[in-house]
Design a protein around this ligand. Structure first.
Ligand SMILES: C[S@@+](CC[C@H](N)C(=O)[O-])C[C@H]1O[C@@H](n2cnc3c(N)ncnc32)[C@H](O)[C@@H]1O
Length: 240
């Protein structure tokens, strides 16, 4: 069976429910760039999945809409919201069009590990720029393009050290992990770091922060081999 975000949605929700140090770390890295007090602020969470970022932003007082093209992700987000209301609302939509979101009506767009899944980055950034108020902010994380390039793998050297082996960095496009337990068995759009930076400025964003968050203790406890490498990159960009 060829997996998609829709077919792995229940698996993904269960992964996060039972606790994934890596995903908690990615969410917390993103939240560090978002104000603690967002009372009444309209926020869009693009590629919300089962809603972990949207709920955390709603807990800061924001009026959050989470969108995702995978209907099963949205069904799970709504089910979690019914059980533990945060105020976030969820709808099926594509980050490349944001057809359900009006023009110039959100102050923040968060996108946790989702822009590396959109098939057309230019279309997504154009849509994000459209929905943001002038001066509004986009904050997003992606798997680090250098270390999480297609088919990057861990290997043990002769002296027992575990190292990351990376190839195919320059080959952009869709790829799918062959790891049946891996998140990216659903597929992933690989892009070079320069592609993200160039696209942001090209779509009228002023880049305010680029970070490579250092893995926290929980990530290293779960996956010691990750201690020396940043698993994610974070970008904050303001709509000019
Ligand atoms: C790794 S999950 C991240 C979900 C959530 N943001 C989180 O932090 O748990 C990637 C998400 O990107 C979504 N996605 C895939 N294609 C997309 C698109 N064209 N527009 C918006 N989201 C998309 C997937 O459906 C999936 O929910």
């Amino acid at each position: 069976m060829t997996e998609s975000w829709d077919t792995i949605a229940d698996w993904y929700a269960e992964l996060l429910r039972t606790g994934s140090a890596l995903h908690d770390f990615a969410r917390d890295s993103l939240l560090c760039r978002v104000p603690e007090n967002l009372a009444g602020a309209p926020v869009l969470d693009l590629g919300c999945g089962e809603g972990m970022v949207a709920r955390a932003v709603a807990a800061r007082g924001a009026s959050v809409v989470g969108i995702d093209p995978a209907p099963r992700m949205i069904a799970n987000a709504r089910a979690i919201e019914r059980g533990r209301p945060s105020g976030a609302v969820f709808s099926v939509d594509d980050g490349c069009t944001l057809a359900t979101i009006g023009t110039g009506c959100v102050e923040w767009v968060t996108a946790g590990l989702s822009l590396n899944n959109v098939p057309d980055l230019d279309a997504a950034l154009s849509a994000v720029h459209r929905v943001l108020v002038p001066g509004g902010c986009l904050v997003f994380t992606i798997p680090h393009p250098c270390f999480e390039a297609p088919h990057a793998a861990w290997t043990r050297t002769d002296n027992g050290t575990v190292r990351r082996v990376v190839g195919d960095y320059l080959t952009e496009g869709f790829w799918r992990s062959t790891n049946p337990e891996g998140v990216r068995r659903a597929g992933n759009q690989h892009r070079k770091l320069s592609t993200y930076l160039t696209a942001l400025t090209g779509h009228g964003f002023r880049i305010e922060a680029v970070e490579e968050p250092v893995p926290d203790a929980a990530v290293i406890a779960a996956q010691p081999q990750r201690a020396g490498l940043p698993p994610f990159m974070l970008f904050q960009a303001r709509s000019a």
